[in-house]
Design a protein around this ligand. Structure first.
Ligand SMILES: [Zn+2]
Length: 312
């Protein structure tokens, strides 16, 4: 068993318009890196479409229908949710593949067909709340994957999402907040979009763990956030399944944020998270791509992350 890479060509058809940071070229460059010789041993498959029932694990029917109804009739047209969350003709299919990939990844891990999974999909998901698209996100991919694991597999009593994207995953937090069997931990720059994720936001049963990092924070502060807070909280929660919201915009070269991480820090945090998963849940991990807006830094960071998953 090895790492399974899930993606789908439809994720390259979610057009966000010219000069948008969440661009098609992000995923195109990531996939080019993952085509290199060193990734020869990856298993590869296409991300299936999410079912309506999977979307409804986190979102009400009327919201799902409103997103579908906002898809423009013609290619080249756009509808904007909040000024930067753009819907084009390809958005619906891409969003379904992004949710479907995480759920299928959970199935493949649970059925021992893959050791762990990386979903190279877009749009990202962690800003999407129960009934609110925002921050380039429509459906809460990682949250739905974790809920799917609990809903479908009796041996999964508790599922966790750990999010090292530089932005707080307000959507995942909102969806998990009142569910003691779902855990969400995030390290993020503060202040920064979306201005949520205070350390005082702890969920109904200490099932939320936020660590705020000041702009300019370096690897030392990032690693301390995990060693002192997130990893102990995750071990205490003792998940039966771990989903990683893998955003790479805490990289020093990222244009949308101001942390100073490098590729090695993403390797380190991936190793640490896989260690906890090995201790708690037989290494069951599905990682899903969130942000990362310097295309080259994103692609090399994803490559390093996936290589680490392959060694886990
Ligand atoms: Zn982000």
């Amino acid at each position: 068993m090895t790492t399974l890479l899930l993606t789908h060509p439809a994720c390259l058809k979610h057009n966000t318009g010219e000069h948008h940071p969440e661009s098609v070229s992000r995923l195109r460059t990531v996939l080019r890196h993952l085509d290199r010789e060193e990734f020869h041993f990856l298993q590869r498959d296409q991300a299936p479409r999410a079912t309506h029932a999977q979307l409804e694990l986190a979102h009400p029917t009327r919201y799902i229908e409103a997103i579908e109804a906002a898809v423009p009739a013609e290619e080249g047209q756009f509808n904007s949710i909040d000024g930067d969350t753009m819907i084009s003709q390809g958005t619906w299919e891409a969003a379904l593949r992004s949710v479907g990939g995480v759920c299928f990844g959970v199935d493949e891990v649970m059925q021992k067909k893959a050791r762990n999974v990386f979903c190279a999909t877009r749009p990202p998901g962690h800003h999407a709340e129960t009934a609110k698209a925002m921050g380039f996100c429509f459906f809460s991919n990682a949250a739905i994957g974790a809920i799917h694991a609990v809903a479908r597999y009796p041996e999964v009593k508790r599922a966790a999402v750990v999010d090292f994207d530089v932005h707080h995953g307000n959507g995942t937090q909102e969806i998990f907040y009142n569910s003691p069997n779902l855990f969400y931990a995030s390290s993020h720059q503060s202040p920064a979009f979306p201005e949520t994720g205070k350390e005082s936001e702890t969920g109904v049963a200490n099932n939320i763990c936020n660590v705020e990092l000041a702009p300019g924070s370096r690897p030392k502060e990032f690693r301390a956030a995990y060693e002192e807070k997130i990893l102990p909280a995750l071990r205490k929660f003792n998940p039966d399944f771990l989903v990683i919201s893998a955003g790479f915009d805490a990289h020093a070269r990222d244009p949308l944020a101001h942390l100073r991480l490098g590729t090695q820090d993403f390797v380190w945090v991936t190793e640490e998270l896989c260690k906890v998963a090995n201790e708690c849940c037989d290494g069951r991990v599905v990682s899903v791509m969130e942000g990362g807006y310097d295309v080259d830094a994103l692609a090399s960071s994803v490559a390093a992350h996936v290589k680490t998953l392959m060694r886990a």
